[in-house]
Design a protein around this ligand. Sequence first.
Ligand code: GLC
Length: 516
Amino acid sequence: MTDLTWWQRGIIYQVYPRSFQDSDGDGIGDLRGITQRLDHIVDLGADIVWISPIFPSPMKDFGYDISDYRGIDPMFGTLADFDAMIDAAHARGLRVLLDFVPSHTSDQHPWFVESRSARNSDKRDWYIWRDAGPDGGPPTNWISEFGPSTWAWDDQTQQYYLHIFLTEQPALNWRNPAVQAEMLDTMRFWYDRGVDGFRVDAITHAAPDVDKGDHPVNPDWHDGMNPSLRLLKVHSKNQPMNYDIVRMMRAVTQEYPDRLLLGETDGTLAEVTSYYGTQGDGFQLPFNFALLDIPWTVPEIVRTVEAYEAALPDTGWPTWVVGNHDCIRIASRVGSDLARVALTLLLTLRGTPTVYQGDELGMQSADIPPELVQDPWEKQVPGKGLGRDPARTPMPWDDSAQAGFTDGTPWLPVFTPPDGTVAGQAAGDTMLAYVKRLTALRQTTPALLSGEYRTISAADDLLVYARGSGDDAIIICLNFADAPRDPGLSGHTLLSSANAADGPLHPSEARLIRPT
Ligand code: GLC
């Protein structure tokens, strides 16, 4: 247990700052708000806070469109508020990860303003500009993540620029050494200010190779699917250069003692695990999104866990996640009854878990009326269930107005989950109280921190697996059925989501057992 590092032992907690806590009444969360609420994260038993972007931004993609990498957006506060937040977090033993967005800037970033000002501008090659194709249209058929073509026409300089996400998020040209130097220096700026690492955004899109031409059609695409999946992104995603970029980021990270890089690495199992690098030169934690996409059934979950365990490189430390600011809330996806089972799975698989803010309360994806929609993706591709507002509603803290999130009008409506607010769930048979007991057990149980994973049985909607071996072993029983199930094991119950002591598992119960 002692030979694990902080990011192997720890639980990551994702803060979506707009929706965590507002301190100044503008209806949008901010840094002082985060500082006020750090104790919630400590009480939960999490150790590492990842904060989605807080940098100056026109907020077209809510902070993932950055116009200054070295500042704080006034909406979120000041650099002094940031330093105070870091100090307060460190004083509580929490580590802090910032979101680093290397693959694109805002179109309002001074670099892009200069780049688009003239073809011979010094910064022209900081972005990806190309002439029109032979038919006068875009140079390639590529489709952006949020719907339309990845190419936007610039009237003044008569060329197209590439954007993988919104038109207002032009792609940076990482093939230009000046871009590399500047961006890597940005990491040093924040490391010097005391951050413990970065979650690296959209890394799979960092080195699109536009001169390779058109993307082939995806034969599996059909009407009703996400339009951006209509083509196979073979020339834009996971290009060989991506690994060079990660190596550069890791080298900068190694200039500082004990820092962490967590990468947003979506893709096949082979693609995800390739981001560990070969000799400790990749991400320490390439995000593993496998549990986000599968049907929520015992056979699919077992297959996913075993395939990932088998594919990990020898030195690769696993990592798991069941929710974030880009997808449906886990409690809505699996249903409220199974929310505790899902969080138990997340927190008892081998590896570093990331808990998305509010999932510890059983927050659900909210119904956002059309006139309140904020997310640009939903606005560009409406009605396909792609919008991300439902998972981004504010944290419900207590029984005061707007559940204690703000004194003003919240940017998205506040909803309280079935088990109640943070204050309301402090004690009793609630999701939050259960998750706290689970994290406390995890922190003090070597088998849960570092023990091997082994499937024991997976039948009849009942998943049983072991962590660790011998006297240390812990057995985890997850009942996905809405009927009782008997795991057929004898042992001492350490924790039950249904407060059961022994006997068959209750419907939708999660139980941790020390075998006898
Ligand atoms: C990542 C973020 C997402 C954002 C996108 C573009 O996928 O998680 O929220 O829209 O990158 O930066």
